[in-house]
Design a protein around this ligand. Structure first.
Ligand SMILES: NC(=O)c1ccc[n+]([C@@H]2O[C@H](COP(=O)([O-])OP(=O)(O)OC[C@H]3O[C@@H](n4cnc5c(N)ncnc54)[C@H](O)[C@@H]3O)[C@@H](O)[C@H]2O)c1
Length: 268
């Protein structure tokens, strides 16, 4: 998939972030920085990822981090740059889901703010800190052909909830629509300077996010079986493949896109 550089992944301790870290290692990345709130799970993922690389110099670092904390984000992103010398790919997978009982009319401000703080502010803080670094670095050479390659590539996790409404999910849907807005507008700012910025929009996925909360798990069963044309939930690796494609040289003419990976959920 032409990802020879260094990747920084948030939400790397679980679900789609974890699978993405594994695929970077398998597909020849020089190193990965794994970031997440959950320090213990990060170490477990580190031990899963390391043996997947064929690269004897493969580097791997972990950082416990709350992406909604701007100062922490700036510190950690610059420490990753110090460790690797550059940051070629950023994947913003950290996120939380929340169902407001009774719908938006009864949503509590603290819940609304929390979802926006992690999903939207967190994505912005990481993207901003990394983009400044990427803009200063020399472009990476393609490993597949002579095509002009990028200074950096950022993939943000939106959702089908960034393209459609979903009941009881006011804050979550607002945050994911906004992630697409962030992605599109920042992609235009730097499209001529070698930065590509895209989003992925997963449909209903079989991950700890959807399995651990009983309300969300019920919605997953229903939406996967009855609303998804393929009749099933997606597996985390199926989205990780799209992230690797959007990160690397094979997507060299794609920027500002919101790629759906949803088993057909949004085709109607
Ligand atoms: N699971 C789905 O059906 C689905 C569908 C569409 C989009 N998404 C989005 O995909 C992304 C990954 O979801 P997943 O299903 O793999 O979830 P997951 O819960 O398995 O993993 C999310 C990770 O983010 C971390 N995280 C949460 N808050 C954080 C914070 N403040 N700072 C740092 N890390 C934090 C968690 O610790 C966890 O390891 C999320 O942005 C989610 O909104 C999920």
């Amino acid at each position: 998939m032409d990802v020879p550089g260094f990747a920084l992944i948030t939400g790397a301790a679980s679900g789609m972030g974890r699978e993405t870290a594994k695929k970077f290692a398998q597909d020849g990345a020089a190193g990965v920085a794994l970031l997440d709130l959950n320090a213990e799970a990060l170490e477990k993922v580190k031990s899963e990822v390391q043996p997947l690389s064929q690269n004897k110099d493969f580097k791997i670092v972990t950082h416990a981090l709350d992406v909604s904390n701007e100062d922490e984000v700036n510190k950690v992103v610059s420490s990753v740059k110090e460790a690797f010398g550059r940051i070629d790919y950023v994947v913003n997978s950290a996120g939380i889901a929340f169902k407001h009982e009774g719908g938006g009319a009864f949503a509590e401000t603290k819940d609304y703010r929390k979802v926006l703080a992690v999903n939207l502010d967190g994505t912005f803080f990481v993207m901003r800190a990394a983009a400044k670094i990427m803009l200063e670095q020399s472009p990476l050479k393609s490993t597949i052909d002579g095509r002009e390659l990028q200074r950096g590539s950022i993939v943000n996790f939106a959702s089908v909830a960034g393209l459609t409404g979903i009941g009881l999910s006011t804050a979550y849907c607002a945050s994911k629509h906004a992630v697409i807005g962030l992605t599109k507008t920042m992609s235009e700012d730097y499209a001529r300077r070698g930065l590509r910025i895209n989003a992925v929009c997963p449909g209903y996925m079989d991950t700890p996010m959807t399995r651990q909360n009983p309300d969300i798990a019920r919605a997953l069963e229903d939406r996967a079986a009855n609303w998804t044309p393929m009749g099933r939930a997606g597996q985390p690796g199926e989205v990780a493949d799209a992230v690797i494609f959007l990160s690397g040289g094979r997507s060299s003419f794609i920027t500002g896109s919101a790629m759906v990976v949803d088993g057909g959920y949004t085709e109607r």
